[in-house]
Unconditional design. Structure first.
Length: 437
C-alpha cells in the first residue's frame, strides 16, 4: 500500500489528484468543527465532556459524521443521509420497474438514478436535521447532562428553521465534496469521506481507553486493544479478499473467416457479498425501539423492558437479536443485489456456460446454490466482527463505538483496499513496465 502511494506521488498527474483529495479532506474536517447558529457552544462542550464517550443512541450517526453530530456543527449529519438514500434507491430498484429499466440503460440511466439519490438525500437531510434540532431542544441528545436543555437557548421558529437549513446545506456541501473527489481526485469520493469520518474518531477513542484503564496506568489495556485491532484488520482483509471463482467457458463461433469466443473466464463471488450493509441495517433497526422508548413519557412496562434489554449493548437479548438480524440482512441484501437468473440469461445470450452445468435454468440454480453456501460463512463472519464492541464493553468498560468495532473496521479496511486498487490501476495505465516483465 505504501509503495503504491509512493509511486503515485512520483507521477505528476496522480500527485495533483492526491493533493486535491487531501485539500478536500481538510475542508471537510474544518466544516465538522464549525457550530451552526442558534447553538450554545459552551453547553454543548460541557455535555460532550460529561458524556465521556458514551454516545448512546446517536453513536452510529456520530461515528459516520466524524464526531460532528454531537457537536451540532455545519456538517453534523455528515454522509449519513447520502448513504441512507443510496441504500433506499438500491432497494427500490428491485421493486419499481421504472428504476430497474433505468439501471439497465447504462450510463444515462445511472446518471438519472444518481440525480434521484441527490434529491432524496436533501429530503432526508431536512428530516434528520429537524429531528436533531428537536432532540437538542428537548435535552434528549445528552441524557444525564445537567445543561442539556440549554443547548438551544432560543426556541423561536425562525431560529429552528435557520438551524435545519444550515445542516441541510452542510449535507449538500458534503455530497458535492464527495463528487469532487470522484471527478477530480483519486475517485470513490463518498467512501473516502466516510473513511475520514470514522478514522478521525480513532485517536480520542483509543486514548479514552488508556485513561480509563487501571493496569500499568492503562497501557496494558491500550496495548491489548491495539493487538486485537491488528488481528481484526488481518482477519477482515483475508475474508474481504476471499472469493469463490465460478469458471465460465465461452463457445467458439466462426463469423466469416474469423473465430470469436473460445475464451475462459470466471464469475467472482465474494464470501462477504453484502459488505457492511447488514451491520448498518441491524444497528439502525435495533435503535428504533430504544428511540421510541426515549421519547415516550411515563413508566410503562414495555418501556422498562426495552430500556433494560435493548438499550445496553451487553445484554444477552440484545446480542442475540443483533447477531440474528445481521445474518438475516446478509442473506436479504445478497438476494436483492445478485440475481442468478439474470446472470444465467446473460451467459446464455453470449454463448457462455459453466463446465458440467447446462445453460439456462440449471446454471441459475447452480449459482443460487453456491451463493447460499458462501453467504453462510460471510454472514457469520459479519456477526462475529460486529460483536467485538460488545466484548469490549464487558472487558474494558469501553463505549459501544469501540474503535476497532464491526462497522468501523469493515469500512476502514474495505475503503482502504478499494482506494489502493484504484491507485494501482491508474498507475498501470500510465506505466506499462509491469506488462513487459
Amino acid at each position: 500500500m505504501l509503495t503504491a502511494f509512493a509511486r503515485a506521488f512520483k507521477t505528476p498527474d496522480l500527485r495533483k489528484k492526491l493533493l486535491f483529495t487531501l485539500g478536500i479532506i481538510v475542508v471537510y474536517r474544518v466544516g465538522t468543527h464549525i457550530p451552526i447558529p442558534g447553538v450554545d457552544y459552551k453547553s454543548v462542550q460541557e455535555c460532550v465532556d460529561q458524556a465521556s464517550g458514551n454516545q448512546g443512541l446517536f453513536g452510529l450517526v456520530n461515528m459516520f459524521s466524524g464526531g460532528a453530530l454531537l457537536q451540532i456543527t455545519v456538517f453534523a449529519l455528515g454522509i449519513m443521509p447520502y448513504i441512507t438514500a443510496s441504500i433506499i434507491l438500491q432497494l427500490l430498484t428491485v421493486v419499481i420497474p421504472r428504476l430497474e429499466a433505468l439501471k439497465k440503460e447504462g450510463q444515462s440511466g445511472t446518471a438519472k438514478i444518481t440525480q434521484y439519490t441527490r434529491y432524496l438525500t436533501i429530503a432526508l437531510a431536512i428530516l434528520q436535521g429537524t429531528g436533531l434540532v428537536a432532540t437538542a431542544r428537548s435535552g434528549a441528545l445528552f441524557s444525564g447532562c445537567t445543561v442539556a436543555s440549554q443547548i438551544v437557548p432560543d426556541r423561536a421558529i425562525f431560529t429552528t428553521i435557520v438551524m435545519v437549513i444550515t445542516m441541510t446545506a452542510g449535507t449538500a456541501v458534503v455530497m458535492w465534496l464527495g463528487e469532487l473527489i470522484t471527478d477530480r481526485g483519486i475517485g470513490n469520493g463518498m467512501s473516502i469521506l466516510m473513511f475520514i469520518s470514522i478514522a478521525a474518531t480513532f485517536p480520542s477513542a483509543l486514548w479514552a481507553i488508556k485513561t480509563q484503564g487501571d493496569l500499568a496506568d492503562g497501557w496494558i489495556e491500550f496495548g491489548t486493544v491495539l493487538a486485537v485491532g491488528l488481528v481484526m484488520v488481518g482477519l477482515v482483509v483475508f475474508v474481504e479478499q476471499a472469493q469463490r471463482r465460478i469458471p465460465v467457458q465461452y463457445a467458439k463461433r466462426m463469423i466469416g473467416r474469423r473465430s470469436y469466443g473460445g475464451t475462459s473466464t470466471y464469475i467472482p463471488l465474494k464470501v462477504n457479498q453484502a459488505g457492511v450493509i447488514p451491520v448498518i441495517f441491524a444497528s439502525s433497526l435495533l435503535y428504533i425501539p430504544a428511540l421510541i422508548a426515549q421519547f415516550s413519557s411515563g413508566t410503562s412496562g414495555w418501556k422498562t423492558w426495552i430500556e433494560s434489554h435493548l438499550v445496553t449493548g451487553n445484554h444477552p437479548i440484545y446480542i442475540t437479536l443483533y447477531f440474528l438480524l445481521i445474518v438475516f440482512f446478509a442473506f436479504f441484501y445478497v438476494a436483492i443485489s445478485f440475481n442468478p437468473e439474470e446472470v444465467a440469461d446473460n451467459m446464455k445470450k453470449y454463448g457462455g456456460f459453466i463446465p458440467g452445468i447446462r445453460a439456462g435454468r440449471p446454471t441459475a440454480e447452480y449459482l443460487g446454490y453456491v451463493l447460499n453456501r458462501i453467504t453462510w460463512p460471510g454472514s457469520l463472519y459479519l456477526g462475529l466482527i460486529a460483536l467485538v464492541p460488545t466484548m469490549a464493553l464487558v472487558g474494558f468498560e469501553a463505549n459501544q463505538n469501540f474503535p476497532f468495532g464491526g462497522t468501523s473496521i469493515l469500512i476502514i479496511v474495505g475503503v482502504g483496499l478499494e482506494t489502493v486498487k484504484q491507485i494501482e490501476s491508474q498507475l498501470q495505465q500510465r506505466n506499462y513496465e509491469g506488462f513487459l516483465r
